[in-house]
Design a protein around this ligand. Structure first.
Ligand code: CTP
Ligand code: MG
Length: 401
């Protein structure tokens, strides 16, 4: 992907996060979350991208930034940023060399999943000159001015902008030149391209691409990263010591299969995916259903059919999450708690591996214990190999004190 450059802007001061060290303000990207600078988390997230990376940091932090990049396993050119975000992007743009496409990304969106990068790149490669990942706005929004509060703005007409934003390099260069000094007020690169009269293409953003801005955002990032570390530790028996008397342990296994052909969206492993959905009375999330059977089986509490009548109208189209949470609650009523779950998805699409971290986070939050996710194709053999549906297999370990 040598035709693609990635500019990571990390030159902001982090006023709203407000971290200090020895009485001095710490630039946000160098503030630590879950034991590492925000910049390190951001760079770990892009290590697999294969783009040539330009890192824009506050003047004087170049050496620190190089050391952080080395720890994160990425090679990056490091340049000093400017007084505004746009100045920092411009500094990065001057350092990308001959790339044809460029992604501009906030270091502060340190947990952005690879799937977001993939969606933006796919739209760029399909010919768009400017691509932004967006999310619907969830809060009710009201305008405000000196006179106080104004009218409510219809939120269905609003979108929140995220990064990475993707551009054809000549277009972004033209936009920055045309904006001149007026760029100082812009915190959104696509806005400058739009000012040229160029169309902007929107793709799905991601909840996990939230910008670490306030201390509450940092706490959220910390919790998500801690959960991930828990998944990584899962293979270590020491991570499962309980102290005191040995608990009762049991394992269970679950399998589920759904065919493509649903009229709803494609849900798998707790995530929504592009493409045709899976058929089923519920949302057809085979990974969640396999996890439910593994958990219930381990506790000797039957299977998903016992949990909810399979045709129960209350569960028509229900998310896999509803069943997983119901299973965990039923286990708890019997004194059981999950220790860990492993789930493997067999199928041609979607490619689970592209969003593994995200799936693990989402599923771990549902189960309340580490869930690891793996995927495999079946070498083209059988109905699953022909892409007619998806199969999932899960094992669960549960404990009772
Ligand atoms: N940024 C930058 N150069 C600037 C200002 C911002 O590179 N002069 C980067 C930040 O490092 C961040 C991204 O742009 O990754 C988004 O900016 P924001 O979240 O506003 O970060 P800060 O400006 O650092 O935070 P604050 O506004 O709270 O001071
Ligand atoms: Mg700022």
């Amino acid at each position: 992907m040598t035709d693609t450059a990635l500019i990571v802007v990390a030159a902001g001061s982090g006023t709203r996060l407000g971290r200090t060290r020895a009485g001095r303000p710490v630039p946000k990207a160098f503030a630590e979350v879950a034991g590492a600078p925000i910049l390190e988390h951001a760079l770990r997230g892009v290590a697999g991208l294969g783009a040539s990376i330009v890192l824009v940091v506050p003047s004087g932090f170049e050496a620190d930034a190089s050391a952080i990049a080395a720890r994160a396993g990425v090679r990056a050119a490091v340049v000093a940023g400017g007084a505004t975000r746009a100045d920092s992007v411009a500094a990065g743009l001057a350092a990308i060399g001959h790339a044809r496409l460029v992604l501009v990304h906030d270091a502060a969106r340190a947990l952005t999943p690879m799937a977001s990068f993939d969606r933006v790149l796919a739209a760029l490669r399909a010919g768009a000159a400017a691509v932004v990942p967006v999310l619907p706005v969830v809060d009710t929004i009201r305008s405000a001015g000196e006179e106080g509060l104004g009218a409510i703005v219809d939120r269905s007409s609003l979108r929140a902008m995220q990064t990475p934003q993707g551009f054809d390099v000549p277009t972004l260069r033209r936009a920055y030149e045309a904006a001149g000094d007026a760029r100082a007020a812009s915190t959104d690169d696509a806005q400058l391209v739009q000012a040229l009269g160029e169309p902007i293409v929107a793709v799905h953003g991601d909840e996990l691409a939230f910008k670490i801005t306030t201390p509450a955002d940092a706490a959220r990032a910390e919790a998500l990263l801690a959960q991930e570390a828990g998944v990584a530790e899962q293979a270590t028996p020491a991570g499962q010591t309980t102290g005191g008397a040995a608990p009762e342990l049991r394992t269970g296994i679950g399998v589920d299969v759904h065919a493509f052909g649903g009229d709803g969206a494609l849900w798998l492993a707790g995530l929504e995916w592009e493409g045709q959905g899976l058929a089923g009375h519920s949302d057809g999330d085979a990974a969640c259903h396999a996890i439910v059977d593994a958990l219930l089986g381990a506790a000797g509490l039957g299977d998903i059919g016992a949990l909810v009548g399979v045709d129960d109208p209350r569960f028509a189209g229900a998310r896999g999450e509803v069943f997983v949470r119901a299973a965990v609650a039923l286990l708890a009523e019997h004194g059981w708690a999950p220790v860990n779950v492993a789930v493997q998805v067999l199928g041609v699409r979607p490619r689970i591996g592209t969003r593994r971290d995200e799936a693990q986070r989402v599923l771990s939050a549902m189960v309340g214990a580490p869930v690891s996710v793996s995927g495999t194709t079946t070498d083209g053999l059988g109905a699953i190999g022909r892409g007619e549906g998806v199969q999932a297999m899960a094992t669960a370990l549960i404990r009772r004190p």
